[in-house]
Design a protein around this ligand. Structure first.
Ligand code: G4P
Length: 522
């Protein structure tokens, strides 16, 4: 078992849309021998905010556009890539996926640098102390100065960086990268199909001039000296402690710097790490199985509602047809057809190990965050919900279908599609999302899967935040004073609905002993 655990690398590739996440994923799969041609992963992408696109993709893939898992063997390692949706409106999904990974690769566009989504995702990684590697992509285009980029990464992502490769020019003049980690020169052949040429060159020999020319050779030597001067030597422990992020440069589209990234990744990235449960810390090597559900996707077949719940195995071996304890429901459940995934395929498996993700057929028994064990009463810490950014009242548009509507809303919320708050003042249901697309998706799915109709009504809200305080009296006073703005989330926690930034700031000033949380994990 220890061997199986040791060789597993479970991670996610994250980026701001368009930085090249899909392209990089695809190239990694090519190296892993899982796909033979480029273009196979492309359909996990929606650029336009249109339900029709989303539905088209749903149909093509059979399962949702949202996270699925791709796995392959590489050099003795078992690599599990957790795919995250390309569309910003599904960011919440990506946040949740990050709870199931042991490390992450962040893709950054060399011309755009750190973008909004990168910043947010990094916040989640920091919260969870997830080790990250940064891949600076699109070096074949004119981008920013590498030193400036590194400065920006450090400042904006609040993490130390350490380049492990260094570019020789960029754009039209891009000649390749020097792999600091392997001490090899990789020359760029701007040909999109083939593996690039790799030459072993001593950085101080004349051979470097022969390969890249005098000017670039000198510049490279200067740059490397500077790199060594400015950045501490790479130290794996610091990387694993999420204190430093190794940085690679390349061009995913041109298949450049990808193999170097993968080679280094499998070597330095962590194998499955311990998971904190409320009761105790679970280490992967424990003999008994434990796991949690971090993702549920619906199968868009209007005739029968079947879902797949994605379970991350935290410890022990998972075997097919074995009864496991569903902690929240307090009953044993057994799975006769657990699946594993590969881009568009899925196949039944007999066993799986810590770090693996298994897909469990779900007919409504699971909720995001559910724990499965071999019998122990354990609760993995709830997955974080983030304060949503868009809000609407959800109303029933077909009074004959109230039951269907309520069931649909409950189940969609169980899947984590959006968040539901109930205003304590008027009893109205408010749906909070991170993007407009989710409202469309909810409406579409309510109609198609639950035969219910909903109507959206505008509500002007700035933020919803969870509140708590040790000072009971002050909390009560706050709730009374703000009774119109108080809501409960599905777990019955108090949520304050601020209708403006000003209102929130004032509330924070007036009630010093109340903590306002912007994620539900506190
Ligand atoms: P995403 O998943 O992060 O959203 O990004 P994706 O891989 O889809 O890449 C976004 C765009 O950037 C794509 O172009 C892709 O071809 C391009 N790209 C990715 N890597 C590189 C690179 O190393 N160099 C250059 N020059 N471009 C790169 P597109 O026009 O949006 O899509 P497509 O028409 O190529 O499919």
């Amino acid at each position: 078992m220890n061997q199986e655990i040791e060789r597993r690398r479970t991670f996610a590739i994250i980026s701001h849309p368009d930085a090249g996440k899909t392209t990089l994923t695809e190239k990694l799969l090519l190296f892993g021998g899982q796909i033979q041609v480029a273009g196979a992963v492309k359909n996990n992408k929606i650029k336009k905010s249109a339900t029709s696109d989303w539905m088209e993709i749903e149909k093509q893939r059979g399962i949702s556009v949202t996270t699925s898992v791709m796995e392959f063997d590489y050099e003795g390692y078992k690599v599990n890539i957790l795919d995250t949706p390309g569309h910003q409106d599904f960011a919440e999904d990506t946040f949740r996926t990050l709870t199931a990974v042991d490390s992450a690769i962040i893709v950054v566009d060399s011309a755009k640098g750190v973008e909004n989504q990168t910043r947010k995702l990094m916040t989640v990684c920091r919260m969870r102390k997830t080790p990250v590697i940064i891949y600076i992509n699109k070096m074949d285009r004119e981008g920013r100065d590498p030193f400036d980029l590194l400065d920006e990464l450090e400042q904006e992502l609040q993490i130390k960086v350490r380049p492990l490769s260094w570019p020789i020019n960029q754009g039209q003049r891009f000649k390749g990268v020097y792999n600091i980690y392997e001490q090899k020169l990789n020359l760029f052949t701007p040909d999109k199909q083939h593996i690039t040429k790799k030459v072993e060159v001593d950085i101080n020999s004349d051979e470097l001039e022969n390969q890249v020319g005098k000017i670039d050779a000198e510049k490279l030597r200067e740059d490397l000296e500077m790199v060594d001067g400015v950045y501490d030597d790479f130290n794996r422990t610091n990387y694993l402690d999420a204190e430093v992020a190794p940085v690679f440069f390349g061009s995913a589209l041109n298949n450049f710097g990808v193999k170097e990234l993968l080679d280094c990744f499998v070597e330095i990235a962590p194998s499955p790490r311990p998971t904190q449960a409320e009761e105790r810390l679970i280490v992967p090597e424990e003999s008994k199985f434990t796991g949690f559900i971090f993702k549920i996707t619906a199968n868009i077949d209007p005739n029968h509602r079947s879902c797949i719940a994605f379970c991350k195995i935290c410890s022990g071996k998972f075997t097919r047809n074995t009864p496991y304890f569903h902690v929240r429901q307090g009953k044993m459940v057994r799975f006769s057809s657990p699946t594993q995934f590969m881009a568009q395929r899925k196949s039944t498996i007999d066993e799986a190990w810590p770090g693996d993700i298994v897909g469990l057929p779900d007919n409504g028994i699971f909720k995001i965050g559910d724990t499965l064990t071999a019998g122990e009463d354990l609760h993995f810490r709830g997955l974080p919900s983030f304060s949503p950014e868009m809000f609407k009242y959800i109303e029933n548009a077909d009074p004959m279908k109230t039951k269907q509507l309520n069931r649909g809303i409950e189940q969609l919320m169980d899947e984590g599609v959006a968040q539901l708050f109930v205003n304590q003042f008027n009893g109205r249901k408010i749906i909070g999302t991170v993007g407009q697309l989710q409202f469309e998706v909810i409406q579409y799915r309510l109609e198609n899967e639950y035969n219910a109709k909903c109507r959206w009504e505008p509500i002007s809200l700035y933020k919803a935040c969870w509140i708590e305080s040790d000072d009971e009296a002050e909390l009560e006073k706050f709730k009374q004073r703000k009774y119109q703005y108080m809501a409960k989330d599905r777990e019955g926690r108090d949520v304050f609905l601020a209708d403006s930034g000003y209102m929130l700031t004032m509330a924070q000033q007036d009630f010093e002993h109340i903590k306002f949380h912007f994620t539900s994990e506190f």
